[in-house]
Design a protein around this ligand. Structure first.
Ligand code: GCB
Length: 599
């Protein structure tokens, strides 16, 4: 169940969510002076302005600012017109990357490790009528005891440099909206739902976590606002006659209203959209409402010009429009849980989501994408400095993600890692409890998976038996036999025949396959990096996928070009997008569109 007020902020006649987004004050703190000098109480000594939400990196024109690694501070003024007695107040951040301490009027109010899930600070006792100072000390260093994994190097001038064991820029800052949330003293904290479908009826079992000794009333309304079911009590069942199901790319959402009642008086109210649907794995099939679904779509990133990893409704809307244009139906939140707005939009649009924790970089290499793509293993769990602490942070991320996202009909399953080292007993012992945890805490018991790269081959991988469906990242024709699609195809088939022989009776989903492609390069006959090569590569991959009935999905890498760190293998970022970073299609997007029209 959620911590108090972690529920997505809403306003109604009882609750209030006041958005604090805008231009905040900001200061780097390379000397780590902020705490000693009491910046939180006194205010930042030399602030500049900084937009929230956004990454700080790409608003700057100086390299040291863009690439800054270490402590940094944000602050803003929060005006409370009145402090109502019998109410509780919270500051809720959608995320702060990668860790933070929150202060209200100089007093510490919350700490959070992990840069991709909400941070909630209760400020009831700290908030004053009038102007209040909200400060955040954040830090974007990477290490091997928190996820995503990486390390900090020192440049010649002594400054810190974040070196992720992953292939995306270490964007940092306040990436998602911030709200001042007011709730009643005793309030609705969370709710869980499970679904069962029978002929013309849906059974929704619910459980409400609410404080106080109040009556609980749950009501379900259809799109037109008509009441279709209601029930009393903290747990119970809603029965919907002739339900409109939430279907893939044909979504229907109901509104669930939870009321806390003291006699006729409503003490608290929370409204959430829900979709009636079931998800399951049966043998080699992924089932939504009992019907097989073939996953078509992408691994994505939260990544755009200027705002970096900051959430923007306009960018998200454009992404959904592009994915719909291609006839896609699914994406993976590679390599971290995205802003909640993505899931709300996916609920509306009927997209499926494989929801991933930032369990990335669990192979020690700063060019991990190269090593793994080519099947060269790097160790990790055997000599990780504090595997228990890493596991603790990883568990917290799994728990917080599932708590946050469990009620979204779009969420099809949970991904525990991307391309981790999985070939040692130590890796199995590390991951097994994480899979158990995900299964235990998701009330809907959605499938749990992890994403395997090439070295996690079936004869060596210790972790694939943990998975309900198997996700493979494969780059035959790029990192392996690049430029030789015929040879690559033969090697690909050879591997897939081995999996087929195993007869695992679970679905396989390709969660990555792709080629770096310059939108300016055409070449006949094709060469690597050309638009022609990307299309030919896709066609080759499709022909291999179609040979195996257990392949039940294809999520291309990547939806759009995205920013990475610098290096000789990346031309200002990863160019495997089917769209440019400005969200314009490359030629291969038309190849996908044509295939996905009929697939
Ligand atoms: C991978 C990683 C992904 C990289 C991709 C690539 O295997 O999972 O983060 O961006 O390869 O393009 O190399």
């Amino acid at each position: 169940m959620l911590n108090f007020s972690e529920l997505y902020p809403v306003s109604n006649e009882i609750r209030q969510a006041q958005l604090l987004d805008g231009l905040w004050r900001f200061q780097f703190d390379p000397q780590e002076a902020g705490e000693k000098e009491q910046w939180a109480a006194r205010g930042l000594p030399a602030p500049i302005s900084m937009p929230v939400p956004a990454s700080f990196a790409d608003v700057f024109t100086e390299a040291w600012q863009r690439d800054y690694c270490g402590d940094f501070w944000y602050e803003t003024d929060v005006y409370a017109q009145e402090i109502r007695p019998g109410q509780r107040y919270f500051i809720r951040f959608g995320s702060v990357t990668h860790r933070c301490r929150v202060y209200m009027n100089g007093v510490p109010a919350a700490e959070h490790e992990g840069g991709f899930l909400p941070v909630v600070a209760e400020v009831t006792a700290l908030l004053r009528p009038g102007r209040n100072l909200l400060s955040v000390k954040a830090n974007n260093e990477l290490n091997e005891t928190s996820i995503p994994c990486g390390t900090v190097l020192r440049r010649a001038d002594g400054s810190k440099q974040a070196a992720g064991y992953f292939d995306f820029f270490n964007y940092s800052g306040i990436h998602r909206s911030v709200c001042l949330v007011r709730t009643p003293e005793e309030a609705i904290q969370d709710y869980d739902l499970t679904y069962r479908l029978e002929e013309n009826r849906a059974f929704i079992n619910y459980s409400v976590d609410a404080e106080g000794d109040y009556g609980v009333c749950v009501e379900l309304r259809d799109r037109d606002g008509a009441l279709v079911a209601s029930a009393q009590g903290k747990t119970g069942e809603l029965i919907v006659e002739n339900p409109r199901l939430w279907q893939v790319r044909n979504a229907y959402l109901y509104t669930l209203t939870v009321l806390l009642k003291k006699g006729a008086q409503t003490v608290d109210r929370y409204d959430g959209k829900i979709g009636i649907r079931t998800v399951a794995i049966e043998n080699e099939k992924i089932l939504v409402n009992g019907q097989p679904v073939y996953l078509k779509g992408f691994g994505k990133h939260e990544d755009a010009d200027i705002i970096g990893r900051g959430f923007s409704y306009a960018v998200a809307k454009r992404d959904f429009e592009c994915m719909k244009w291609l006839n896609a139906n699914c994406f993976r939140t590679s390599h971290y849980p995205y802003a909640e707005e993505w899931y709300r939009m996916a609920d509306e649009e009927g997209f499926l989501i494989i929801d991933e924790v930032p369990g990335v970089g669990m192979m020690r290499s700063i060019a991990n994408f190269l090593a793994s793509g080519a099947g060269k293993s790097n160790g990790f769990f055997g000599d990780c400095p504090d595997v228990n602490l890493l596991l603790k942070n990883h568990k917290a991320a799994v728990e917080e993600m599932i708590r946050r996202d469990k009620n979204h009909p779009s969420v099809l399953g949970w991904s525990i890692f991307n391309e981790a080292e999985t070939i040692t007993q130590a890796s199995h012992d590390y991951f097994a409890p994480l899979f158990d945890l995900a299964r235990e805490i998701d009330p809907q018991h959605r499938p749990v998976t992890g994403v395997l790269e090439k070295t996690s081959s079936l004869d060596r991988c210790q972790c694939y038996p943990l998975m309900d469906f198997i996700c493979l990242n494969r780059y035959y024709g790029w990192y392996i036999s690049g430029g030789d699609l015929k040879g690559a195809e033969a090697q690909f088939i050879e591997e897939m025949d081995q999996w087929a022989e195993k007869n695992l009776r679970v679905p396989f989903v390709f969660t990555e396959f792709g080629t770096d492609t310059l939108d300016t390069l055409h070449k006949l006959p094709s060469v690597m990096w050309s638009q022609e090569y990307q299309s030919e590569y896709m066609d080759m991959n499709f022909s291999v996928f179609d040979r195996y009935a257990f392949v039940q999905g294809e999520l291309a890498w990547n939806f759009a070009d995205f920013q990475t760190g610098q290096g000789v293998f990346r031309v200002n970022g990863n160019k495997k997008g089917l769209f440019t970073r400005a969200r314009q299609p490359k030629d291969a997007a038309y190849t996908m569109k044509k295939r996905w029209e009929v697939k």
